[in-house]
Design a protein around this ligand. Sequence first.
Ligand SMILES: NC(=O)c1ccc[n+]([C@@H]2O[C@H](COP(=O)([O-])OP(=O)(O)OC[C@H]3O[C@@H](n4cnc5c(N)ncnc54)[C@H](OP(=O)(O)O)[C@@H]3O)[C@@H](O)[C@H]2O)c1
Length: 377
Amino acid sequence: MIGQACYPPPDSALVVSCALELIGLTMVRSMTKAPSPPDFELTPACLAAAFAQALALARAFEGATAPNPPVGCVLLDAAGAVVATGAHERAGAPHAEAAALAAARAALSFDRARVAIVTLEPCNHHGRTPPCTAALLTAPVQQIWIACRDPNPGVAGGGLERLRAEGRHVRLWADLAHEGAKALAADAERLLAPFTRHSRTGMPFVTVKQALTPSGSMIPGPGQKTFTGAMALDLAHHLRRRADAVLTGSGTIIADDPLFTVRRVADHVGKRRILVILDRRRRVMPAYLEAAAARGFDVWVEDDIEIALRRLGHAGVLEVLVEAGPALTSAVLAGPHWDEHVLIRQGARADLADAVSVIRRGANLPLIPKGPPCSLE
Ligand SMILES: NC(=O)c1ccc[n+]([C@@H]2O[C@H](COP(=O)([O-])OP(=O)(O)OC[C@H]3O[C@@H](n4cnc5c(N)ncnc54)[C@H](OP(=O)(O)O)[C@@H]3O)[C@@H](O)[C@H]2O)c1
C-alpha cells in the first residue's frame, strides 16, 4: 500500500490527520495541506541519476554507522543541478538530510534546493539528532523522493506523512517512470537490510563467506592460507569493511592464525569490530586473543551461535561476517540465522577466474556486494 500512499488525492487536503508526538506523548491534530502544483518538472533520467548518486553516498559509509543505517541525500535545484549532498557518516553525526542542508547553507545555495533525494524515509522523531522532517521543512524543498520507508517499528516512520501533511510532494523511487528506478530502489533496500533485520528482530544481518576449490573443499593446500585469486581477496576485505563483527571458529584460528583486519580496501576511520570465536573447548591460545585485541578487536569467546548472535544484536551490531572453516560454516548455514551466502568457487584452472555467487535468503534481489569479485587471508 506504500505506492498508493504517495500522492494523496487533491480532496484529501481536508483530511485531518493525527500524529502521536513521541515527545510528551500527546496527540496532535493537524490539517493536511494540499501540495501546490510543482512549478518545475525534472526528467526521469535526471532524477534517476540523483538516485544513483544518493545510493553511492550511502554506500561509502556502509559498515560505519551502526546501530544506524547508512543513508545518502542529494539536493537538486529546479533545473536538476546538484545543490548539495550529504551522508550519515556514523552514529551521533548529522543525518544525511541535515548534512546536505548544512552543505547547501555553507555553499550559500540553500534557497535553490527544490528537490531532496534520500535513500531512507526522513526520520520524524527526536533521537540523538533532531527530526529530519523538521529540517527539510525549513528548506524550500517541494519534492522529496524516498527509496525506502523506515523499517524500524520502534519509531513507526511517519516522516512521509508529516512531509505530505505540510504540503510537500513525496514519492517513492520505485514509482519513477524510468527503467533503472526499480533496481535502484531494490539496491537501496538491500543496503538497508542489516538495519531492517536488526530493528525488526534485534538480531544482526549474517553474511557467510565461503570459498571452495573446484573439488568442493574449503581447505587450502599445505602451507597455504587461501586458494582464491586477487579479486576474491579484495571482495573478502570489502565484506569485512561493511561488517561490524567477524565470527569464526577455533579450527580456523588454530590452522591459519588469521588477522581478520581490513587491508586490501580502505577501512572506515576509527572503526572497531568485534571478533567472535566459537570455541567450546577453549583451544585458542591466550596469545592469539591478546594479539587480536592489540589489532583493535573486541574479542569474544563464545559457546553457542545463537547466543553469540543475540549478544551481537544487543551490542548494536548490524552485520556479522562469518569467516569460518567447514564445521562452523555448515552449522551456520544449517540454522535459521544467516541472510546472505557469498560463495567463491576457485577457477578450475590457473587461467580461469574465480566465480562468485551471492544467495540472499528470503529475497530475490540484486546481488550485493557489487565490489570486485575472496577467501581467507
Ligand atoms: N575456504 C574457506 O572459506 C575457509 C574459511 C575459513 C577457514 N577455512 C579453513 O578451514 C579449516 C578449519 O576448519 P574447521 O572446520 O576446523 O574450522 P572452524 O569451522 O572455523 O572451527 C571449527 C570449530 O568451531 C567450534 N564450534 C563451536 N560451535 C560450533 C558449532 N555449532 N558447530 C561447529 N563448530 C563449532 C568447534 O570447536 P569446539 O567444539 O571446541 O567448540 C569446532 O572444532 C582451515 O584449514 C582453514 O584454512 C576455509
